[in-house]
Design a binder for this molecule. Structure first.
Ligand code: ZN
Length: 248
């Protein structure tokens, strides 16, 4: 899909520093196109706008009792919202390529979860809400993006601290993953970085889960709380396929 890549991120520094962003956004897609042109917006990522669009697709699918649409748009929305909760999806320095920190992207979103997720506390406890109704979905999506972006100084600084700490030790190597070879940090590096980040990845995962369940729930409310279509038990492969796609 031609524009698919652009739907998963936004290079926020293009629009000013972190403190001023709340004065510019949320901005509707037509207003943004009028200001910056569609090509230019797509060149810098359109994540928050696209998530908003999929949200309304989901509302429509609920209204039309379209079980396939509900499933498809829910999964798409989860993927886009989860990506926007990853700090490195909100910057043009998404893989540390501008600061000599190449490989930081998979270090943060792949290596830390793979190695430490069994210690993550992701189940909502009695004191935290499973999901909320978002009065203003557009605003909530942009807020999640601003929050992610505000974490970037820590994301980069902690990585540099670990580099200094491990000075003289090999910190990364190319590792075969599926059909590709990826630059991965050593396990020692992953552990030190995880420690310095002080549960940042876990916290973002929790925020992401809350945000996703809330947009799903809000879309159903905005559609007028229709009875959910019954999906025949004889077709579990539909769910299985959807789950596999989400987790890939
Ligand atoms: Zn990513």
């Amino acid at each position: 899909m031609r524009d698919e890549g652009a739907r998963h991120y936004i290079d926020l520094e293009r629009y000013g520093n972190t403190d001023s962003l709340g004065r510019i956004f949320p901005m509707t897609w037509p207003a943004a196109v009028a200001l910056w042109s569609e090509d230019s917006l797509k060149a810098h990522g359109i994540g928050p706008w696209y998530a908003q669009r999929v949200y309304w697709n989901l509302v429509r699918a609920y209204e039309q009792n379209d079980s396939t649409g509900i499933l498809r748009h829910s999964i798409d929305l989860a993927h886009y919202v989860a990506d926007l909760n990853v700090p490195l999806h909100t910057t043009s320095n998404y893989n540390g390529q501008k600061t000599g920190q190449i490989g930081i992207h998979s270090l943060w979103e792949t290596q830390i979860p793979e190695r430490h997720r069994t210690t993550f506390r992701l189940n909502p406890d009695r004191n935290s809400l499973h999901c909320s109704y978002f009065e203003n979905v557009e605003y909530e999506i942009w807020s999640a993006v601003f929050n992610s972006h505000s974490l970037l100084p820590d994301v980069f600084q902690c990585e540099n601290k670990v580099r200094k700490q491990l000075h003289g030790v090999a910190i990364d190597q190319y590792v075969a993953r599926g059909r590709t070879r990826q630059l991965m940090r050593s396990l020692e590096f992953v552990d030190l970085y995880h420690q310095l980040l002080n549960d940042q990845v876990e916290n973002q995962m929790r925020r992401s889960i809350h945000c996703i369940s809330s947009v799903w729930y809000s879309a159903w409310i905005d559609a007028g709380q229709p009875p959910l279509p019954i999906i025949e038990r004889s077709n579990p492969s539909k769910f299985k396929k959807a789950l596999d796609w989400l987790l890939r």
